[in-house]
Design a binder for this molecule. Structure first.
Ligand SMILES: [Zn+2]
Length: 133
């Protein structure tokens, strides 16, 4: 889902890099519910030394708001357990738990690009996905 503007701005070198990354991610992140766009160089980065964390997915985007969903501002939590909390590991665990599967079939949410994982201030074990449209 690349826009025309992005295609025009992208250089040949950037395109080759993006296509290489997409091919790798198609193999390691098998899900229909979101697309990982985290840079390949960052994917093995460890985000925390905690062994048990929660990913809090809050349905606070404009899609749920505009379409008057009863889920607006509600959250779904995903428990992740492991010794090596890299982006790659966490995302693979989220995929196993059907992360970002539509919670409400009447709502179309365009926030499918998984750009990162944000920390929540004052909380060491809870994180939030950063999803863009
Ligand atoms: Zn959305």
């Amino acid at each position: 889902m690349t826009t025309n503007r992005q295609i025009q701005k992208e250089t040949k070198k950037e395109r080759i890099k993006r296509e290489k990354q997409e091919a790798i991610y198609n193999d390691i992140f098998k899900t229909d519910y979101f697309i990982v766009v985290i840079d390949l160089n960052k994917i093995e980065d460890i985000i925390t030394t905690e062994k048990n964390i929660f990913i809090k997915h809050k349905f606070s985007c404009c899609c749920y708001d505009i379409q008057n969903s009863s889920y607006y501002n509600h959250s779904k939590f995903y428990h992740i357990q492991g010794d090596n909390m890299t982006y790659k590991f966490i995302i693979q665990e989220l995929i196993k738990q059907d992360f970002n599967k539509p919670i409400d079939n009447d709502i179309i949410c365009n926030h499918k690009f998984f750009e990162g994982i944000d920390t929540i201030e004052g909380n060491n074990i809870q994180f939030e996905p950063y999803l863009s449209s």
